[in-house]
Ligand binder design. Structure first.
Ligand SMILES: [Zn+2]
Length: 313
C-alpha cells in the first residue's frame, strides 16, 4: 500500500535558491557567445530589471588556509534597509588608520543587475536554447544597454530590445578573456564583455503569439531570487568572521589593529569574474580627503562611490 501523504510531503515546492541558482543563471563562461532577447516581466513591468547589492568576503575567523571560508550575502541596501556590513565598511573607511581603511575594502558592497533572458543560441551549452534564464551583469553591459535604449542608438533599438516578435532585436553576449593587473599589481585574466552588442531586428524561427505569451509568463520573479537574511544574522556574522579579528568595535571608529591581521589579503579577484576597468575602480585621493567629514545622510552616496560591479560567480 502506497502512503501517498508521506510521498507527497517529500516533494519540494519551495524554491531552493542555493541549489538551483546556477541553473537559473546564464553561464558566463569565458569564450562563450550567447544570443538571446531581454524579456519584460509582464506581471510587474517595473521589476523587469532588478538591481541588487551583495557582499562577498573571506572569513578571518579561521587561521588555517585550507579551511578559509568565503561568506556571500545579499545586502539589505537592495531594499533600502540598514546593512551592518555596509555600516562596518563605511566606518572603517572613514577612519584615519590606513590599514583599517584597507581592510574595509573586502567587505564593501557590490552591485549587479539581473534581467530575464530568452536564450536563442548558447554556443557552449546548446541545451539552454529555448529556455528563459536570468542574465546577471555589471557596468560594462549596462553601458551597452544604455547606449541602445537611451543613447545614440535609441532610434535603432530602443524598446525593440524587449520584443520577441520580428520587430525585436537580439542581444549577442560575447565573453572574452582580457589580461590585466589586479589590485595587488599581479597580472591576471578577467572576463570582458565589451564586444557584446544588440543585433538588427529579426524574426525568431517558429515564434508565434502563443509562444511569446508562454515565454513571458515563464519569466522569473527576479526579486525573489535575492534572498536577504535577517539583520541579526549579518550582524553576528560580520562581527565573528571579521570585526572581532581585526579589533574593530562595531560602534566606534577604530584607530588600531593587530599586526598579524594587517597583512590579510584584500578580496581575491581571482574568485570573481571582473573586468579590468571595474577592478581598478578604487576611490580617488580626492574622495579620501573628503571622507572624514561625511554625514550619515550621505552614506548611500558614499556606498555608491565605493562599490564595484562584479559578477560574483
Ligand atoms: Zn550591505
Amino acid at each position: 500500500m502506497i502512503d501517498y501523504n508521506a510521498i507527497l510531503g517529500k516533494i519540494k515546492t519551495k524554491f531552493d535558491k542555493e541549489v538551483v541558482s546556477n541553473e537559473v543563471y546564464l553561464d558566463m563562461e569565458i569564450g562563450n557567445v550567447i544570443t538571446g532577447r531581454f524579456l519584460p516581466f509582464i506581471k510587474n513591468l517595473d521589476k523587469s530589471v532588478f538591481n541588487y547589492f551583495w557582499h562577498s568576503y573571506m572569513s578571518l575567523a579561521q587561521n588555517d588556509e585550507k579551511f578559509k571560508k568565503r561568506i556571500f550575502r545579499f545586502c539589505p541596501n537592495t531594499n533600502k534597509k540598514y546593512c551592518p556590513v555596509c555600516d562596518a565598511s563605511v566606518k572603517m573607511w572613514k577612519t584615519a588608520d590606513l590599514k583599517i581603511k584597507e581592510l574595509s575594502k573586502p567587505i564593501r558592497r557590490h552591485s549587479n543587475t539581473i534581467v530575464n533572458f530568452y536564450v536563442l543560441d548558447d554556443q557552449k551549452h546548446p541545451e539552454n536554447n529555448g529556455k528563459v534564464k536570468v542574465f546577471k551583469y555589471g557596468t560594462q553591459i549596462q553601458k551597452i544597454i544604455n547606449e541602445a535604449t537611451e543613447g545614440m542608438d535609441k532610434e535603432i533599438f530602443g524598446s525593440r530590445i524587449w520584443r520577441l516578435d520580428e520587430q525585436g532585436c537580439s542581444f549577442r553576449l560575447k565573453i572574452d578573456k582580457k589580461a590585466a593587473k589586479d589590485d595587488d599589481g599581479k597580472e591576471k585574466e578577467f572576463a570582458t564583455y565589451e564586444l557584446s552588442k544588440f543585433l538588427p531586428a529579426s524574426k525568431i524561427d517558429d515564434m508565434t503569439n502563443e509562444k511569446i505569451e508562454q515565454i513571458l509568463n515563464g519569466c522569473f520573479d527576479l526579486e525573489k531570487l535575492i534572498d536577504i537574511v535577517a539583520v541579526e544574522v549579518l550582524e553576528k556574522e560580520i562581527k565573528e568572521h571579521y570585526l572581532d579579528k581585526i579589533n574593530v568595535a562595531k560602534d566606534s571608529v577604530p584607530t588600531t589593529t593587530n599586526t598579524k591581521e594587517q597583512n590579510k589579503p584584500t578580496p581575491s579577484v581571482a574568485d570573481t569574474v571582473v573586468t579590468s576597468k571595474e577592478t581598478t575602480k578604487t576611490p580617488t585621493n580626492n574622495t579620501e580627503l573628503k571622507i572624514e567629514d561625511i554625514k550619515e545622510t550621505q552614506l548611500d552616496d558614499l556606498l555608491k562611490q565605493l562599490e564595484t560591479n562584479e559578477i560574483p560567480f
